[in-house]
Write a protein that binds this ligand. Sequence first.
Ligand SMILES: Cc1cc2nc3c(=O)[nH]c(=O)nc-3n(C[C@H](O)[C@H](O)[C@H](O)COP(=O)(O)O)c2cc1C
Length: 157
Amino acid sequence: MARLLIVHHTTSPSTQAMLEAVLEGARTDEIDGVEVVTRAALAATAVDVLAADAVILGTPANIGYMSGALKHFFDQVYYPCLSETAGLPYTLYVHGNNDTTGAVRSVETIAKGMSWHRHRPPVTVVGELSRADREACWELGAVTALAAAERAASRTA
Ligand SMILES: Cc1cc2nc3c(=O)[nH]c(=O)nc-3n(C[C@H](O)[C@H](O)[C@H](O)COP(=O)(O)O)c2cc1C
């Protein structure tokens, strides 16, 4: 069984709506053999990451950066996971009220430092979620679940 880990900091109806759409895509009946594990960023551990075949990260933009909670997650897992998770596929969704650029850059910089592989460009939403935004989140969940399945299959091949 492949394992998809979703590490998120969910602070409001907007961020909850993004998480729910991502989860729906990740759990689509069209993809078999992927267990989806959801962890609040303040509760996720290195053990969760080491067991994952792909990761979805979700955060609000806070003062031009990722949330403190997601930064705390990276602070916890960086060294314990550094040598064992190179190439791990990840995707990212960010919600903001005016500009998500810095938040995206902050996550991508750390993920690059860990040699994780950006599987898809991030989904970013400013303000209220549109139907297209929800669909983009759904798709992000689904394609990352597929990435987890592919990585698990290549590990056991
Ligand atoms: C301390 C603080 C800093 C924030 N900084 C940013 C920011 O730099 N860029 C941005 O687009 N939104 C920023 N926001 C807005 C949050 O990203 C937003 O509140 C969050 O995504 C939840 O969306 P909502 O307020 O529509 O529910 C900030 C919010 C707070 C509380």
